[in-house]
Ligand binder design. Structure first.
Ligand code: ARG
Length: 483
């Protein structure tokens, strides 16, 4: 956010400025049709400068492109354009310094900028709004804000992926139990587990990129809803504002916010992915699991229990998914059933979108920090990888491959072996050969080669499998694509 709005009381205008609801010229912004000031409650429900001030930079950039285009096509003179550009640059400087007066009596960011421009350069400021409406103006500003938010998010996702890839590379061969139903299933490597999230966050980044590509059409020039009678050059403003092309239907342009919805949907899915990794960090950090240690940087202590180290950052990332889904839900409901074209309902698009991206930005940053910081307890993980008869499938597969048994029979013999090991209080690699031969006489010593967690993981060499060499192949691929 730029400057604060401490002088935005909405009741008393600063000395030398227009009274509430009026432009400095003494006219209400919407001209001569209104004679009375709005009710105070009307102003309270209508005012949006408290939040849409976050569109200030986009609003100024859009206005500068619009003024240049108006001059180019001969709608305003070079002298007028120069005065407008100078005024807009001065406003940008005021915003950078924090001295720009954000005022509630001017309702929103668009009218605040226009009112200030008039104060700075006089009535020529009024020419800027030729061939433009707040409807295409807000559609432009908001679209540019969301576009930037998507770009920032993609960058953050790449940083998070890089952190995961780095950890995965260090632990491409570190064993851990793989789970289904949260029950020990088969040994996997920690690197493989981390790389699963790299894939998820890669798809998240591509969803933001898809949304960005679809939204990258310039709304400016749709005007109020029907287009403009002036000879505007929409291609020129589209290019100046880094859009691929102008939007093709002026009604659609001012009426839809699906670019924000799509981005919020992508953000929600991303937050859900983050929440799952966050949950695993919480579980791994429990003394019962003891799989990882997290640095003091991303944990907190307890005010009463001195032994505690709480994974608060992970818990908060886990919780933020709620905010993201709430924002997506909120804007979906705002848009549902709105008749064409613009309705003031759509002013309610901004707060959820801003809040959602703020929460996502914090979450991605905290998660990248936690991933970089976490240190696995390799010994504990390896021990857990062998617990719970995790190589039972390997035994069954060995019986199929070596003795040519049907898988169902192999499964049955393996089940009996697990039962016997349980009775004897040992694990599968610890089961005496005589015990195995009692179940199937053709079993020989060779079977022990496949019963360790390391052998089990190393054997899963199929493309995308958990074998350390496969994991390293995927790490290499991602390192190249993230570089
Ligand atoms: N503050 C408004 C918004 O965010 C700007 C557009 C207002 N347009 C209008 N016709 N009242 O939607």
């Amino acid at each position: 956010m730029t400057a604060d709005s401490s002088n935005a009381s909405g009741k008393s205008a600063p000395a030398g400025q227009a009274p509430s609801g009026q432009a400095p010229s003494g006219q209400a912004m919407w001209g001569g049709r209104f004679s009375a000031k709005p009710a105070e409650l009307m102003q309270a429900i209508n005012v949006s400068i408290g939040f849409d001030r976050r569109l200030a930079a986009q609003d100024l950039e859009g206005s500068r492109a619009h003024a240049a285009m108006l001059q180019k096509v001969g709608v305003i003179t070079s002298a007028d354009e120069a005065a407008i550009q100078k005024g807009l640059a001065d406003i940008a400087a005021e915003m950078a310094e924090g001295t720009f007066p954000f005022r509630e009596e001017f309702e929103d960011i668009h009218m605040n900028v226009e009112a200030r421009l008039r104060e700075l350069i006089g009535p020529v400021a009024g020419r800027l709004h030729t061939a433009r409406s707040r409807n295409d103006q807000v559609a432009l500003d908001f679209r540019m804000w969301v576009r930037e938010a998507c770009d920032r998010t993609i960058d953050q996702l790449k940083l998070l992926q890089a952190a995961l890839v780095g950890k995965a590379e260090a632990h491409a061969a570190t064993l851990m139990p793989g789970f289904t139903h949260m029950q020990t299933a088969q040994p996997v490597t920690f690197g493989h587990h981390l790389m699963a999230y790299v894939e998820m966050f890669g798809r998240d980044a591509s969803r933001f990129a898809d949304a960005r590509a679809r939204m990258n059409e310039c709304p400016l020039g749709a005007a109020a809803l029907a287009g403009s009678p002036f000879p505007i050059d929409r291609g020129m403003t589209a290019k100046a504002l880094r859009f691929d092309r102008p939007t093709a239907n002026s009604l659609d342009t001012v009426a839809d916010r699906d670019f924000a919805l799509e981005s919020l949907a992508a953000a929600t899915i991303c937050a859900v992915h983050l929440s799952r990794l966050a949950e695993e960090i919480v579980i791994w950090m429990t003394p019962q699991f003891g799989f990882i240690r997290l640095s003091d940087a991303f944990t907190t202590g307890s005010s009463i229990m001195p032994q505690k180290k709480n994974p608060d950052a992970a818990e908060l990332v886990r919780a933020k998914a709620g905010r993201l889904l709430a924002a997506f839900t909120q804007l979906t409901v705002v848009m549902k059933g709105l008749p064409m074209t613009y309705s003031k309902d759509m002013q309610e698009d901004k707060v959820p979108t801003f809040e959602a991206f703020d929460a996502l930005e914090l979450s991605l940053g905290a998660m990248a920090g936690m991933v970089g910081d976490l240190e696995p307890d390799v010994g504990r993980m390896a021990a857990a990888a062998g617990a719970g008869f995790s190589t039972a499938t390997d035994l069954a597969d060995w019986l199929v491959r070596t003795l040519d048994l049907p898988f169902r029979d192999a499964h049955h013999i393996t089940g009996a072996a697990v039962k016997r090991a349980e009775q004897l209080g040992c694990d599968l690699p610890g089961l005496p050969l005589a015990e195995l031969q009692a179940l199937e006489p053709r079993i020989d010593r060779g079977v022990y080669d496949v019963l360790t967690p390391a052998a089990s993981a190393a054997s899963r060499k199929s493309y995308g499998g958990t074998a350390p060499d496969q994991v390293r192949t995927q790490i290499q691929r991602w390192k190249e694509s993230l570089a």
